[in-house]
Design a protein. Structure first.
Length: 421
């Protein structure tokens, strides 16, 4: 991996309670982020349910870089770089499928699902050339946490457990909402292309200050009480897990409501099959508590966002362009709740959805605003005076406080300035 010598003094651009606008639009900073964040730390790639069988594959990405996520003929998960080693052609143009080999469209070199070169077209021209060393590039480290597949382009570094830290408990909370403890993420992804820097998305996913204003139209139309979660009287919390991971913890509000599936805007009698399956799996008491607490709202740095009913993957394309890939969460063994999860996903983040369009408008306005010269510094002071530690030692504050953004930037500064291995 090539190393860049930074021309940027990041500690002069990131202070504990303010950040400089240049961080969002400078192409040199973006290039450095690729080396120090996207091609180094653990990045979420996909889910095991997307490749259940041997030789299944889906095309994914790590940052702007296309990846083939494959289950090879032995059943091992592999992350291969989607680039033909001959002349660099993009090897696979399909989104997903099942195949024992990949053949490059340019000169027909063929690779197996381990990434090894199997053969050349017109092989007499390669007399004496060793196929070894001409295989596909590989993501050197792969880790799976309960079905979530992460890749790291660095040969060494923290384990996935070290990286996730306290955020692991929120993934566990999510999986507890499945009667089988498993997800099935195969209903397909929508893609939202946004002319904005990726960090605006990461910061916004746990920005609890904006929903009452930006999303007021959907809250009114849906006659939803969600806006109250982000009002002055809310007991919901923002939490900074460290390592850039942040969440809204809505459980204090749901526990006050004390209604199973209240988090989902419904009641147990509307989803009888799901409730029955949950009771059978966990016992009535535990199932009741799980269904009161609901699913998490967590941003796992740098690109995995779970928003109660959806899973987003943030992909930076360039300094000023990003794609948000989004799919409905689906629980294995939860047919009736799954149908509603899909419907709500279409209503909120589908092509005519109300929710993400509002956020996207904000991202693009933020990005345009970042280039306006004065003031250069953006303010992150909200809720400093009421920040405190929870029982596990993580910073928490009111649901509208900028504890989360401060945590994200603290981690970003560390990644951009610490010595490279
Ligand atoms: S570029 Fe792939 S075979 Fe030539
Ligand atoms: Fe939003």
């Amino acid at each position: 991996m090539s190393q860049t010598t930074s021309q940027t003094d990041y500690s002069a651009l990131i202070e504990p309670t303010r950040v400089h606008s240049r961080l969002y639009y400078d192409p040199d900073i973006f290039q450095e982020e690729l080396e120090k964040i996207w091609y180094r730390t653990w990045v979420y790639v996909g889910h095991t349910s997307e490749i259940p069988n041997k030789n299944d594959y889906v095309t994914k990405s790590i940052g702007p870089m296309p990846i083939l996520m494959v289950r090879d003929r032995e059943g091992e998960i592999r992350l291969l770089l989607n680039k033909c080693p001959h002349r660099g052609n993009q090897l696979c143009a399909y989104q997903k499928g099942n195949r024992t080999t990949f053949t490059c469209p340019y000169h027909s070199w063929t690779f197996n699902t381990n990434g090894d070169l199997m053969g050349y077209a017109l092989p007499e021209g390669y007399e004496g050339t060793d196929k070894k060393g001409l295989g596909l590039g590989k993501v050197p480290r792969i880790a799976v946490y309960r079905g979530f597949i992460f890749g790291s382009m660095a040969h060494e570094g923290p384990t996935i457990e070290e990286h996730l830290g306290g955020a692991k408990a929120s993934l566990d909370q999510l999986l507890d909402n499945s009667p089988t403890g498993e997800l099935d993420l195969t209903v397909g992804f929508l893609q939202h292309r946004t002319k904005a820097n990726w960090k605006f998305m990461v910061e916004n996913e746990t920005d609890g200050y904006h929903p009452g204003f930006v999303h007021s139209s959907i809250f009114q139309v849906a006659q939803s009480g969600i806006a109250n979660l982000y009002g002055s009287d809310s007991t919901a919390l923002t939490r900074d897990f460290g390592n850039g991971h942040t969440e809204f913890d809505l459980r204090p509000e749901w526990r006050k409501l004390d209604t199973p599936l209240g988090w989902f805007g419904t009641t147990a009698d509307r989803l009888p099959a799901y409730v029955k399956a949950m009771n059978e799996s966990y016992g009535a008491d535990r199932a009741r508590q799980i269904m009161i607490d609901g699913t998490p709202h967590i941003m796992i740095f740098p690109n995995l966002f779970i928003a109660e009913i959806q899973l987003f993957v943030i992909q930076p394309i360039s300094v000023d362009e990003s794609i948000q890939h989004v799919t409905a969460l689906q629980f294995k063994g939860g047919e009736d709740i799954n149908r509603r999860l899909r419907q709500q996903t279409m209503g909120s983040v589908g092509p005519a959805g109300f929710l993400l369009a509002d956020d996207t408008e904000m991202y693009e306005r933020n990005h345009r605003g970042s280039k306006i010269r004065d003031p250069e510094w953006l303010v992150l002071t909200r809720g400093l005076h009421r920040e405190r530690l929870d029982e596990n030692g993580y910073r928490i504050a009111h649901s509208t406080d900028e504890t989360t953004q401060r945590g994200i930037w603290r981690h970003y500064l560390k990644l951009m300035t610490e010595a490279q291995p």
